[in-house]
Ligand binder design. Structure first.
Ligand code: G1P
Length: 293
């Protein structure tokens, strides 16, 4: 499996309005979950799949993302001198990733952000990772999708069943079951109303795409929310080749939303070896307290 997908795109140019005022001057992707910014979880997920070339699509107020993955001489020197080896290793690791940055300029939507990466991707299949969809570190969603891509030789979108009350927040598919957990996609609608939703299968923030999507994106007109939508381009791709959906049954946190962000923080804090014991007893204390409210 190793090496079939070598490149990943991380769109990070959005305005992060759901987190204002926190995101007025700093990127949503840099909001920490326990001790790492969201974008770092996303990059590490790609590394775990042997992907080793990354492009982050950035925009205004996003410079701290570049700083985060850059060499920090003063800090590293200080950590070295004070003998903080473990922390030094952790910090030093971050500037070894090969990351390119492309500025989107105008926030014209997810489809447009992906199109910005065309000169970097060239003629290869690639992964798209939306960093505010946090996948539990014990799950192997992206690995499974890459395996499926290899078998089916077609684009693969991650899907999750969501309550109909939340369907308007997602791209939604209509598909035929190929086998358990794998769908051949027949149609896609970006953020439909409940009455227009063809199913409860929502696209979540992991995609394996092929470079023929760029030709379509180049000709795409703005769709929902007056943005160039990736979902619309994938719908057009259906005329050219089969596209598949992979139903994810593990844990995902929509950390682009305040409640999802809090849930991700609690879940990952409970798994953090340094914090889990104390945090667990604090959570028990809180839940006891809630019984009396
Ligand atoms: C984007 C996509 C949508 C997808 C979602 C997953 O929407 O446009 O199709 O379901 O990501 O998180 P956004 O959340 O950026 O509005």
């Amino acid at each position: 499996m190793s090496g079939i997908i070598k490149k990943a795109i991380f769109p990070a140019a959005g305005l992060g309005t759901r987190f204002l005022p926190a995101t007025k001057a700093s990127p949503k992707e840099m909001l920490p979950i326990v001790d790492k910014p969201m974008i770092q979880y996303a990059v590490e997920e790609a590394i775990a799949c042997n992907i080793n070339e990354f492009v982050i699509i950035t925009g205004k107020h996003k410079r701290t993302i570049e700083d985060h993955f850059d060499y920090a001489f003063e800090l590293e020197d200080k950590l070295k001198k004070s003998g903080k080896k473990k922390l030094l290793k952790e910090i030093n690791r971050l500037n070894r990733f090969k990351i390119a940055y492309i500025r989107q300029g105008y926030a014209l939507g997810l489809g447009h952000a992906i199109l910005c990466a065309k000169p970097f991707v060239k003629e290869e299949p690639f992964a798209v990772i939306l960093s505010d969809d946090i996948i539990d570190t014990e799950d192997t969603l992206l690995k499974d999708m890459i395996r499926l891509y290899k078998d089916l030789e077609g684009p693969v979108l991650a899907l999750q069943q969501v309550p109909m009350s939340e369907i308007h927040r997602y791209g939604v598919i209509d598909g035929e079951k190929e086998w358990d957990g794998v769908y051949r996609i027949k149609n896609l609608i970006e953020k439909p109303k409940i009455k227009d939703a063809p199913s409860d299968l929502a696209i979540i923030g992991r995609y394996i795409l092929t470079p023929d999507i760029f030709d379509i994106l180049e000709k795409s007109k703005p769709g929902k929310g007056s943005e160039i939508q990736l979902t619309d381009a994938i719908k057009k791709l259906l005329h050219k080749r089969p596209v598949y959906g992979y139903l994810f049954k593990g844990k995902r946190y929509d950390a682009g939303d305040k409640l999802g962000y809090l849930k991700a923080t609690v879940a990952l804090a409970l798994k953090n070896p340094e914090l889990s014991e104390q945090f667990r007893s604090y959570m028990l204390e809180v839940s006891e307290g809630l019984k009396n409210v």
